[in-house]
Structure formats: structure tokens, C-alpha cells
Design a binder for this molecule. Structure first.
Ligand code: ACM
Ligand code: ZN
Length: 568
């Protein structure tokens, strides 16, 4: 029977990747397969839970019936969003008309959505289903949102009962392993329209991701309006300047767009963390302000998306003045307490090492190596962040972490969080940050770089730049604590799955690269290791993948984990 969803996913992938629209017949055929597959695989209430909750008690009591009049009780004030979410869960999943009453009688069943200050852990919730009551409670709206998402998955998984208008008794007392459960998008390389980012947020919120990192600036684009320096987007947002505002890879978010997106995400318990990458990955800035580059590039024409590997000049005070303006505006737009400042892949020797002005500054500061200028550069940038009462995250580049024997290497201040990413170097990053007292976010290329191909030969036209393969099974094998003793992993805040955009040109491609691997990451982020199991996960993905497809998400068929492949 597993052949049904696999066929369906193949078909859908085919149409999505060919960019052909479906005929009515094709559409209904796929819908039929989708429904059959949900029914074939989803016969009990735990079968669609992703991430798997950390504590579940099955109950013997009679099931809750949606045939009774239902009274909704809540102490939420002003939160019509959660009430509309509840309504959409019920109307989507329960296959008969539900009667909501405004008065409570002895006959009514009750759905309670309650904030409860005695639940102190962030995002922890209780979902309890008994014969006459569905109770969801948590410390705030975000936690209640998660209770609703789990209810949604119970109904999705238990399709036999749901179709009869009942749901089994159960008590789920759940809380996340990590508070940082992120995905990262890269609209700098290929612009992602606002409506597509919202669609992406809709999906990630189903799996209890609570952070979206937006990589807003790079060599290929500057994607956020800065009112004091409009040239940044006038030049930097146009990778194809002749193609006009709607041309491919052109575009930026206005500050109003971004505020709208932040509110949209916050309703779904998602915080947006902006990334403004410095001092490398900055050609889009340099296209607007070429004079911010090092002296040896003075006569070079800097072109968005064409010139690469240039850096901001560490010795040019105008760099710090402009970034004072930029960061001030960014830090006001985003309510997040955190900003990501990049710091990765800086071609230090080729830039600061070749710049007369940087060399002069090095002498004045009595520095022996160019990379010591990172300390100078970031102390100025981090001062701006601190002045605006925020904290910074930087990619973990080992050269820049202080080793005890080398006093010249840049020591990040303790309130900077690092993010590990380079293949093979994560154990070292964990160890160094554990010793130095920095917090760490886990984005190791081996497990969380979802721009990597998913299997040998996976659409080579999109994967022609030599990236290693990251299969679904490998993504699931990720333990963010790297199997270390508790004391050596207690500084780890959580995980980020990255969707670098060099080869991701539109939302369909983006979703194809994200799902199903992000389902694996969501469980790594939320569920304790002793409640995780690959063989259970392999089955729980199907109802979710079919449900994503029915929402219009171009998921990839994980054909390699099916019986067919295992028998070959
Ligand atoms: C990175 O992948 N350059 C952080
Ligand atoms: Zn310079």
C-alpha cells in the first residue's frame, strides 16, 4: 500500500518541476491518491505526530464527539487568530458540520483554550481530550498555538475516527528540547516575494519551528529598505538591472512589508531574525557605495551578483558610520532581541591584506596578522548592536575564536552567540564554545544544510556546484547535542536548517529542498533523543507529506526509504 503515496509524490514532483499546470482530471486523481494514502497509513491517533511529543498518556475513557453542541471557553483576550485557527482545524479535519454554541448547557461539550501561568516553560503546552472536553493550555498564545497544531495532527492521523466525528481520549504534556528551532531563507541570492515567505511560514509553523532567519544581504542582493540610504536597494536589489522591478531576482522588502511579515509570523509563534552579513558577502552594498571597499579596489566596478569576495574596508570610518544608520533602522524594525551579523567566509588576506589603508591601521594597532583586524571591525559593529540593546549571532569561524595559546585571535565578547556550520568542524566549535562560555546554535552542514542535494543525481541542473549529499535518513540521524555528556552540550541553544539560495530560484524549488528533511529537523529540535525513532518517523511522514501536498507544497518524494528501494 505504500506505493500509493509514493506514486502520488512522484506525480506531483513531476508536475511541479516541469512547471506544468494540472488538468482537472490530473488534479482529482492526485487528490484521490492523497486521500487514499492518508487512509491507508493513518489509522491511529499518533500516526501523524511530527515532532513527536515528549510525554503522551493514552486514556481509556470514551472519545470526544463532534456531534454534540460545542461551547468554546477561553481566557484569551484579543486573540481572534487562535480562535480562527481552531475553527479552521475543525472544519478542515472533521467531516461533518460542527455546531458551536454561545451558551453552555449540561449537554454541551467544551473546547477550552486557556493561558495558564503555572506552566512556566516556553512553548510547553498540555492537550487533554476527554469525553466532554478538549483542553489546550500553555503560558501564552504561542504555546496554545502548538496545542492546536498537535490537535490538528491527531485528527489528521486518526482519519478513521475523525471521519466518524470522534477523537480518542489522550493527554499530551509536551515541551521542547530546544528554544531555538529555526529555518533560514536566503532572499539575497534569489528574491522571495512576501506572499511566498508567508506561505513558507504557514508550513514551518505546523512543525513547531519558532524562528525564521532571513539572510537579507549578500553579494547578489540587498533586500531590505533602509530609509536613510535608499541607494542600497536602488542599486543592491537589482541583480538584473535591465529587467525592471519585477524582473527575475530583483526586488526588496519595504519596511512596511517587513513589519507585516513580522506580525504574520508572530501570530504563528515565529520570530524573525534578520541577517546582515559583514564584512564579506557585501558586493551589493559596494555596488551602491564603492568607496566602502579596500583601497586596491578603488577603480574596480562592483556589480551585484557578478563581483564576489570583496569586503568592507576595516580602516574606513565611513563604513562604521553607514552601518550605524543601517543597523539602527534594522534593529528598530525587528522586535527580535537578536541580529545575525554573518562574519563568514571573509577573504581577509585578499582584501585587508592588500589594502594600503588597512595595512597602515594594522601597524598603528601593532597587529601582526590581517585577521586581527576582525577584532577591530567587530568590536565597532558589536558596539552599535549593544547601543541598540540587542545581541548578535555570528557564524563560527574557528580562526576567530580565541585559542588559549594565541592571544592575537579575535575573542568574541561573551554575549555573542556562535553558529556552527562548516563540514567537519562542528565538534571543534562545540568544544571551543563550551570552554569559552559562548552559546552555540547548531547548523552543521552535514545535517542541516538543506540546499544540499538529497540523493545521488537529484536534479543536477540545480545542484551543479559540488555540494555533498544530505539524505533524509542522515538529516534524521542528527542529534544536536552530538551525543556528548550533558555538561558539554548545555550551551547549545538549538538548531537552524539553512536553505542557501544560490540554486533555489522559486518557492516550489524551496519547498522541494525543505520537505521532507525539515520534518526530520523539527523532531531533532523538539523531541528528546529517547523519544525519537527512525522507523516510527518513516511512517509518520506520509500523512504529513500528503497534507502538505494538499496545501500546495511541492514536497520531494522520499522514494529511497520505501520498501521498493529496500528490496532492490
Ligand atoms: C555559510 O554557509 N557561509 C555560513
Ligand atoms: Zn581596507
Amino acid at each position: 500500500m505504500r506505493i500509493i503515496p509514493v506514486c502520488m509524490l512522484y506525480l506531483l514532483n513531476y508536475y511541479v518541476m516541469k512547471k506544468e499546470s494540472l488538468s482537472k482530471f490530473q488534479y482529482f486523481f492526485i487528490l484521490f491518491l492523497a486521500i487514499s494514502s492518508v487512509q491507508a497509513f493513518s489509522q491511529q491517533h499518533l500516526s501523524a505526530l511530527i515532532p513527536m511529543p515528549n510525554h503522551i498518556e493514552s486514556k481509556d475513557g470514551r472519545p470526544f464527539s463532534f456531534f454534540n453542541d460545542i461551547y468554546i471557553q477561553t481566557n484569551l483576550t484579543n486573540n481572534t487568530f487562535l480562535l480562527s485557527e481552531l475553527e479552521s482545524v475543525l472544519t478542515k479535519r472533521v467531516q461533518h458540520t460542527i455546531k458551536i454554541t454561545t451558551t453552555k448547557t449540561t449537554e454541551s461539550s467544551i473546547i477550552k483554550l486557556l493561558t495558564d501561568s503555572s506552566i512556566t516553560q516556553q512553548d510547553a503546552y498540555v492537550l487533554e481530550i476527554t469525553e466532554k472536553c478538549i483542553l489546550i493550555k500553555g503560558q501564552d498564545e504561542g504555546a496554545i498555538f502548538y496545542g492546536l497544531k498537535t490537535l490538528d495532527q491527531l485528527l489528521l492521523g486518526d482519519i478513521q475516527n475523525t471521519s466518524k466525528g470522534i477523537i480518542s481520549s489522550i493527554k499530551i504534556t509536551d515541551s521542547p528540547r530546544y528554544n531555538h528551532r529555526a529555518l533560514m531563507l536566503d532572499p539575497a541570492r534569489h528574491f522571495i516575494p512576501l506572499k511566498d515567505v508567508k506561505f513558507y511560514i504557514d508550513q514551518m509553523s505546523k512543525f513547531k519551528f519558532n524562528i525564521l532567519q532571513l539572510h537579507l544581504t549578500d553579494d547578489q542582493g540587498w533586500r531590505i529598505e533602509i530609509k536613510k540610504h535608499p541607494l542600497l536597494t536602488q542599486k543592491g536589489a537589482f541583480r538584473n538591472p535591465d529587467a525592471g522591478a519585477n524582473g527575475p531576482d530583483n526586488g526588496f522588502y519595504t519596511q512596511e512589508d517587513m513589519k507585516d511579515l513580522i506580525t504574520y509570523a508572530a501570530d504563528r509563534n515565529i520570530e524573525i531574525i534578520p541577517e546582515i552579513d559583514i564584512p564579506g558577502h557585501t558586493v551589493a552594498v559596494l555596488s551602491a557605495y564603492p568607496e566602502l571597499g579596500c583601497t586596491h579596489t578603488d577603480t574596480m566596478i562592483k556589480v551585484v551578483g557578478k563581483t564576489v569576495n570583496l569586503m568592507l574596508c576595516a580602516s574606513n570610518q565611513k563604513v562604521y558610520q553607514i552601518y550605524d544608520d543601517i543597523l539602527k533602522e534594522i534593529l528598530q524594525i525587528f522586535p527580535s532581541k537578536t541580529i545575525h551579523l554573518g562574519g563568514d567566509e571573509a577573504a581577509i588576506k585578499e582584501n585587508w591584506g592588500a589594502c594600503k589603508s588597512c595595512q597602515k591601521l594594522m601597524k598603528e594597532l601593532n597587529y601582526k596578522q590581517e585577521k586581527e583586524l576582525m577584532s577591530y571591525f567587530f568590536s565597532k559593529m558589536l558596539y552599535i548592536v549593544k547601543k541598540n540593546e540587542k545581541k548578535a549571532v555570528l557564524w563560527c569561524e574557528l580562526d576567530n575564536i580565541r585559542m588559549p595559546a594565541n592571544k592575537y585571535l579575535f575573542a568574541y565578547p561573551k554575549d555573542v552567540t556562535l553558529m556552527t556550520w562548516r563540514g567537519g568542524l562542528t565538534p571543534k566549535c562545540i568544544d571551543l564554545t563550551s570552554k569559552s562560555g559562548h552559546s552555540l546554535i547548531m547548523a552543521p552542514g552535514e545535517f542541516t544544510y538543506f540546499d544540499y542535494p538529497q540523493y545521488e543525481g537529484d536534479f543536477p541542473e540545480y545542484n551543479n556546484w559540488g555540494m555533498p549529499i544530505l539524505t533524509l535518513e542522515k538529516a534524521y540521524a542528527f542529534d544536536p547535542g552530538y551525543n556528548l555528556p550533558q555538561a558539554q552540550q548545555k550551551h547549545i541553544l538549538g538548531v537552524t536548517g539553512t536553505l542557501w539560495g544560490e540554486a533555489i530560484k522559486d518557492i516550489n524549488r524551496l519547498n522541494y529542498m525543505t520537505y521532507p528533511r525539515a520534518l526530520a529537523l523539527s523532531e531533532a529540535a523538539w523531541t528528546d533523543m529517547n523519544h525519537r525513532s527512525w522507523s516510527s518517523f518513516k511512517n509518520r511522514i506520509y500523512p504529513n507529506l500528503t497534507d502538505l501536498i494538499m496545501s500546495g507544497v511541492s514536497v520531494r518524494s522520499p522514494f529511497e526509504i520505501t520498501d521498493r528501494m529496500n528490496k532492490q
